[in-house]
Design a binder for this molecule. Structure first.
Ligand code: ATP
Length: 195
């Protein structure tokens, strides 16, 4: 049994990492792959490049060495739709049970994803809660709602802090509220500060 946790990871943070570890345990997966997307269909722009996001994921795996990375969406030419990715994964792992793991916010817009009705032909969809009022909306496809804890961290929050820091040029004098420490691994913070 293997899981694929897709996202922009722009940048990866403890919300992703701790929840990935928790869902791997909950589902008793042999492997859990963090799968960064290239040009997110549902987002306009990315803050970090493909290479930087992959580098940060690799840095994260020093601490979270029970997780793995799958860069197929970035490596592939052209658009990367989840349904196409699932077809490729099924070809690569014909004898494995495959789990596609997404957060509640993405689940809420699932009907805008190309070919979502076919997801269950290739994988079991797993939804991670992000709010205490997570809605089990009826999408017509089989969904497993995870029992993972809520971790209130987002990449948006981190990017907002980082933009603030660079615009005022106060990396060392930032106030408590603007500090990214504790939101993502220290080695990634160091990496970002050197960019
Ligand atoms: P952004 O703030 O840019 O939207 P994000 O923090 O939601 O980013 P993504 O890279 O878009 O991160 O997330 C990848 C997947 O992980 C998505 O399915 C998202 O819902 C889920 N996810 C992100 N953060 C959390 C979290 N704290 N808890 C549970 N799931 C999360």
């Amino acid at each position: 049994m293997i899981g694929f946790f897709g996202g922009s990871f722009d940048p990866v943070h403890y919300g992703h990492l701790k929840i990935a570890r928790a869902i791997k345990k909950e589902l008793k997966l042999d492997k859990l792959f963090l799968m960064p997307c290239k040009s997110p269909v549902h987002k306009n722009t990315l803050y970090f490049s493909n290479e930087q996001r992959i580098k940060m994921l690799n840095l994260a795996l020093i601490e979270f060495n029970d997780l793995q990375i799958d860069t197929r969406e970035i490596d592939r030419q052209g658009e990367s739709y989840t349904i196409d990715t699932l077809k490729h994964i099924k070809i690569d792992f014909p004898n494995k049970n495959i789990f596609l793991i997404i957060g509640e916010d993405n689940f809420n817009i699932l009907e805008s994803w190309k070919g979502y009705q076919q997801f269950s032909d290739y994988a079991q969809l797993v939804v991670l809660p992000r709010t205490s009022s997570a809605q089990k909306i009826n999408t017509g496809i089989d969904v497993y709602f995870a029992n993972t804890p809520l971790i209130n961290i987002s990449s948006t929050q981190i990017r907002d802090i980082l933009s603030n820091i660079s615009s005022i040029g106060k990396i060392d004098k930032i106030g408590k509220q603007q500090n990214v420490s504790g939101l993502l691994p220290k080695n990634i913070i160091k990496y970002i500060q050197k960019l």
